[in-house]
Design a protein. Structure first.
Length: 374
């Protein structure tokens, strides 16, 4: 950004110099040989800077009539004006640079991330990032989760680069080719990529342990993208939806579980989905040492939930519902939810990997529809 400083010459004419281009300053003609002044105005938002150049002749102080300035004196005066004018222009340039707001945020790993300006290009290694960008009207430049291309998120026609590699072992070259300003990864999984990724761009690790954390991440995305108004509106709208049904089904015990027989897990209260269910129903599934705790059919039977939301993680073409896979277990058949046909098969992608407010809104809709029928 160039800044041009202007001032009045001593003959009343205007002269100008660009601090960026270094235009030469013409030598002004002197009408007085004692004191002359030049003012360089910086932008109106800053206090005007006045620069005074004093050229004196010692004869004045001795009572001797003033002499005409020599060529060297005139050159000195011109150089002095040039130096002060360029200094004033530099101040103006600095003022313009300061007008671009720097951004500082702390991620869920406790790392402070400093950005020179709001970001426009974000690479998403986790779906909550895609989710939050959708809420503020943006599309990631790169994505990892296939669900990002779903119409409910960025959509199939979005201009995004696919990031290859295993979970936590993503291809950094794919990230680099997307030329991001910021990379968002999942804490506890993609931490090991930080040193390599930060050769390309700063990395923010997000690891929500409640639905409220997901809301706060949305606000953070609004902050780093300079779209705070959109983020706040979406955050407040989702919070209002949760508040409207908070405690409504406290008499019903629910469970969100996933996996397959012999390897079952539960979304504890220290997860976005678990905390959301705890907000609207009786949800007695504590985290212990792991937010995504393993659980046995025996443990489920001892709690005897009224409604179970099941996420089947299928391999290959196997799409058999989780409840059907557990049907041969007599303990499972005795669970109230199974006995009363209230085991609801849900979208594992949304429930397990979504984490953001768009995903949680879908979760809440499914939960509300089922519990309303009680």
């Amino acid at each position: 950004m160039s800044a041009t400083c202007g001032w009045r010459g001593f003959d009343g004419s205007s002269t100008a110099s660009s601090a960026r281009t270094g235009s030469r300053v013409g030598s002004p003609r002197h009408r007085a040989s004692t004191i002359t002044a030049m003012q360089a105005q910086v932008p109106a938002a800053r206090t005007p800077l006045s620069v005074m150049v004093i050229i004196s002749d010692t004869s004045f102080w001795k009572g001797v009539p003033m002499r005409k300035l020599s060529g060297s004196s005139r050159l000195f005066g011109a150089l002095a004006i040039s130096v002060f004018a360029l200094a004033a222009c530099s101040t103006a340039d600095a003022g313009n640079a300061d007008s671009v707001p720097a951004v500082t945020v702390t991620d869920d790993s406790g790392t402070v991330i400093e950005l020179d300006a709001p970001v426009e290009r974000i690479a998403c290694l986790t779906l909550i990032c895609v989710d939050a960008l959708k809420e503020v009207g943006m599309t990631p430049v790169a994505y990892r989760e296939e669900l990002a291309a779903d119409p409910r998120y960025a959509g199939p026609d979005a201009d995004m680069r696919k990031i290859t590699g295993g979970f936590g072992e993503e291809n950094v070259e794919d990230i680099a080719l997307s030329e991001p300003d910021l990379v968002v990864g999942l804490g506890g999984v993609q931490d090991g990529l930080r040193s390599a990724v930060e050769e390309v761009a700063p990395m923010y690790l997000v690891n929500p342990t409640s639905w409220r954390d997901s809301v706060e991440f949305l606000r953070t995305i609004g902050h780093v993208t300079d779209r705070q108004q959109q983020a706040d509106a979406a955050a407040e709208a989702f919070t209002a939806e949760v508040d409207a049904v908070a405690g409504k089904w406290s008499g019903l015990t629910t469970l969100s579980m996933y996996g397959e027989p012999g390897s079952l897990g539960v979304d504890s209260v220290d997860t976005p989905v678990g905390s959301l269910l705890a907000e609207v129903s009786d949800y007695p599934w504590q985290a212990g040492t792991d937010a995504f705790a393993t659980v046995s059919v025996e443990q489920i039977a001892s709690v005897d939930p009224d409604v179970v939301f099941a996420q089947a993680f299928s391999s290959g073409s196997d799409s058999e519902p989780l409840s059907d896979r557990l049907a041969s277990n007599p303990l499972w058949s005795g669970v109230a939810a199974a006995h009363n046909d209230r085991v609801i098969e849900v979208d594992a992608g949304v429930w397990a990997t979504g984490r953001g407010t768009i995903s949680l809104r879908m979760v809440l809709a499914t939960v509300t529809n089922e519990l309303e029928s009680s």
